[in-house]
Design a protein around this ligand. Sequence first.
Ligand code: PLP
Length: 357
Amino acid sequence: AYNFCAGPATLPESVLQQARDEMLDWRGTGMSVMEMSHRSDEFVEIAETAENDLRELAGISDDYAVLFMQGGASSQFSTIPLNLLGNKTSADYVNTGIWSKKAIAEASRYGTVNVAASSEADGFTTIPDQSRWETSADAAYLHYTPNETIGGLEFDFVPDTGSVPLVADLSSTMLSRPLDVSKFGLIYAGAQKNIGPSGLVVVIIRKDLLGKARKETPTMMNYQVIADNDSMYNTPATYSWYLAGLVFKWLKARGGVQAMGEINLRKAKKLYDFIDDNDFYANPIDPRFRSWMNVPFTLGNDALNGDFLKGADARGLLNLKGHRSVGGMRASIYNAMPEAGVDALIAYMAEFAKERG
Ligand code: PLP
């Protein structure tokens, strides 16, 4: 079966097999990783290896701390303003869809949010041109969502914010292609798309941004505390961290983000080309800003949605139903989705359109 879920998403089969093989006895220790003390030499090695592999894959320099936190990407919507507003009162946000809006709503509880740009009036089908953004001179940081997982809308550029730290929710596009981390003040990514199990959230923060948390910030949300304790201030999500490490090894063996980027572009292009060439299917997003990871599409006749999904399920093409807020279909094609999965989806879509369109 091919699982097109937006997250939790498909994981590489070889990673799951390795996890199964090591489940009861990790390298002759007689223990599952799940049972190990997070302070044990064995687990500390697993944790450090995962961090080092991530640093190597993403090109993260020593100027940045890498944190393995919990509470998913959503918890970062409040953790970020609590830590980064510092003695400023406002931050800039770019509104490109549902995830941006959630980040904005949460940040508004802690300070003034200046929405520097929004594509809401365009139905979130495009990215506002940066030359028209209305940023504020005194913003503590600028937050944006490089890939809107639900809308299938993705930036094809990294905003230039000068000396204002750039903060990015890379949940659904992290490690899918090369990225210049040095342009960012903070990157965060919920793990359940390209990294591993849900609940885990990876935070990459430039070290000069540590130590600015408001005094009422919960200890567990204070980046400085988490960094000082190597993400082990409390018991971390050990098994998720281990699984993320297996995914990083898998990525390295496949040629890293450069190779992934080429494959991901090819997969996405194939699917969008098919949709564009077929009168029965449509994707509403400005072609320049179509997501490589999440491809929403509608059928020519909504009444056929149920039949389309039933037929897809029967072929092992799973979880193609679009998000409840937008309807239609959505195919999420993260790193672990093989090209053969996209081919199988296209073959089915062609057949369905021919028979029912
Ligand atoms: N941000 C983006 C872009 C997402 O796609 C998601 C989806 O899961 C989230 C945030 C929320 O992540 P979590 O469920 O880990 O809180």
